[in-house]
Every structure is written in C-alpha cells, then in structure tokens.
Design a protein around this ligand. Sequence first.
Ligand code: SF4
Ligand code: SF4
Length: 225
Amino acid sequence: MTYKALQSGLRSLQLEIFGAFHTAPEDNAPSGTKTLLLLGPYEPGFWPHFTASPEYLDGAADPLDRWSKRIITPWANSQNASAIFPSDGPSFAPFIQWAKNSGRAWGSPVGLLVHDVAGLFVSYRAAVALHVQIDLPNTGQNPCITCSKPCLTACPVNALTGEYDVARCKSHLNTPTGKACMETGCLVRTACPAGHSYGRLPQQSAFHMAAFNPDDPTPDPDTPR
Ligand code: SF4
Ligand code: SF4
C-alpha cells in the first residue's frame, strides 16, 4: 500500500487526499489507526460527477453526505480501513484538529481553516483510518504567509473578522444584496487566492449556501436543499 496507489484509487472516485498524518494516542483516531487520510473533492470535475449521482437526483435530504457514505465506506473497507464522517455524531470527530495535524491546513486571519490547495473552500468529505503506517509526501506551505489578505475585507457586512457572526451573515444573505453570496458562494472564501486554481464551481458553492441558509426568501429552484 502506497500513498500514490491510494491517491490513484480515490481519484477514480472523484476524491482527493487533502491531508494525511501518522497518528498519536492524543489524536482521538479509532483504535489501531496508524495513518489517517483526510478526503476532499477531486477537482476539476467533482460537481458534474456528484450531480449525476442518485443521491443528488432523488430529491431526498443530505445528498452529499449520503453520496460520501456510499462511495467512501466500501473503498475504506477494501483497504481494511474504516471511514469516519464529519456528520457522524455526537460526539463528532475532531476534523479541524486532524486537518491542522496534516500540515496542509491552518487557521486563517478570518478564523476559518485555509488549505494549501483548496484555500478557504476546503471541505472534508471523510477521514479514513488505516491500520498501517505508509510513507507520506511533503506537506504544503501556509498560503497566508505571503498573501495580501483580501479575505479580511471581502465580507460586505464584516461578519467574518476573526469570530464568525453567523446571525449577521444570515441577515445579509436574506436581502437582495446577499444574492451574490447565495449564488456564487461566500465572498470571503471566493476572495482567497489559495483556492483559485482548484476548480470549484459557483453551482457547488450555491449548493452549500442553500444548505447553510435554508431561509433564503427567494431560493433557486434548481439548487437542492
Ligand atoms: S485570502 Fe490570503 S490570508 Fe486570507 S485565508 Fe486566503 S491565503 Fe490566507
Ligand atoms: S456568506 Fe457573505 S455575508 Fe456571510 S460571511 Fe461570507 S461574505 Fe459575509
């Protein structure tokens, strides 16, 4: 079992390794874990792949979570590993700490996690707990170090200035000028140059925004919730 072989198998499922690390007891990984993989969408192409799936098309709740479980659980089992999902809980697995442990994600100036490749659009579909220690590639570099920090001024209502003011954000989203965030994604996340080359589509962001703000008074009929 090698990192490259695992990555290749995951990419064929439109998934990517967003980070990996060798676990220690204090990491709260499942018993017997030696290496933890963190999985995210593989771009470009994730959105058209997912929107052709039965989970997206059946109109039932939580299509992305259901797709993730259907695809990732059997793949993990095929590696004699187990899959852990961010939505499993309570108690929920410490994905943010795991992300930081991977050396490929950091706390950003706006408080959200930022990833070396996906920027502020980072999202983890699952973790996979391997019972073997595999060699891992070098980690990335924190993109904030050399950045002019457009994230700090991108929110029109200053809802993300270190501590996320969710109420302020949602009140803006439900006004006509909030449509920009609802239709193409959070302007703070969009402003982050670290994720610009990773191929995230506006439709994908609109899907997540609809899930985040189901009270949108004028929802897009083509975006499932
Ligand atoms: S915009 Fe720059 S400073 Fe802000 S999270 Fe992205 S890389 Fe970091
Ligand atoms: S979604 Fe829009 S209003 Fe909310 S934090 Fe992001 S930029 Fe601000």
